[in-house]
Design a protein around this ligand. Sequence first.
Ligand SMILES: NC(=O)c1ccc[n+]([C@@H]2O[C@H](COP(=O)([O-])OP(=O)(O)OC[C@H]3O[C@@H](n4cnc5c(N)ncnc54)[C@H](O)[C@@H]3O)[C@@H](O)[C@H]2O)c1
Length: 286
Amino acid sequence: MKGVLGAMERQLAGQLAGKNVVVTGAGRGIGRGIAMVLAGRGAAVAVCDLDAKSAQSVAEEINAAGGRAFALESDVTSRSSMDAASANALRSLGHVDVCVANAGVIGAAGFTDRPDYSEQDWDATFDVNVKGLVHTVDAFVPSMKERRSGKVVIIASHGGRAPRGPGAGLGSVMIPYSVSKAAAIQYCHHLALALAPYNINVNCVCPGTLWTPMWEKIAINRVAADPSMKGMSPRQVFDASIKSRTPLGREQTPEDIGKSVAFFASDDANEITGQALNVNGGAVMN
Ligand SMILES: NC(=O)c1ccc[n+]([C@@H]2O[C@H](COP(=O)([O-])OP(=O)(O)OC[C@H]3O[C@@H](n4cnc5c(N)ncnc54)[C@H](O)[C@@H]3O)[C@@H](O)[C@H]2O)c1
């Protein structure tokens, strides 16, 4: 992937050479960034997303840059859809070395207009962020078990490590999301124990604050719900959140998350399992 790689990236270009990876929710945002970094480091990537068009466009972008990728339309809330994605990936790639469970949602439709959570927010976040994660693992891990080799990387959130709702400058509408991400981290621990005998490592990356369509929804919600933010643009709300709560004072990027995923996906992390790594500029330190 010449041309899109900086000097450091060129040094790491072979880190994942020969590895086959699957990334869910890779049509935009963090998932797209993960897919780009892993492809840049030599992996063949199955770009999975509910939105077939965006998955296709990311796969084309990677192929145009000299990488290897293909798109798979798939819905993590459906076990049969994920089984079909797994069968397709195995047919195209032969085997899967790394499964990155990234697809996630912040809440149900209407999230931006609610100061407090609704029952639908609990259902939507648990359907995608928890059950969708389990469907993804259940679909892709059996072939890893057969080969006695594999890596699972779960994209959780620092919101799963410490409360990020009221008291942290955000509304109670964030609570279902944060609890779903705490569940993802606990699932990672259970899975790491269960899959260790099969030589499969399971780790979490916990992103901090990234300007993606997901965080834009949080910012729109804040402007509507918090009188002190009246008149601010969503981006101004985001910038204020970075400034007030991030020790390093910077937002994270999808590429930052991709680099941590690349580490967990690589042989450099062969002795690491059951861990959750914050990539958040120090905003939550546990
Ligand atoms: N943006 C942040 O600040 C932030 C912080 C911490 C954690 N995260 C986590 O990172 C991951 C990606 O977040 P993002 O900000 O890129 O979100 P995003 O909303 O920008 O992108 C999510 C992607 O997932 C896909 N998706 C949604 N439901 C799906 C389903 N049922 N099946 C398959 N694909 C589906 C969407 O089509 C989209 O392409 C999520 O798990 C999120 O919780 C994000």
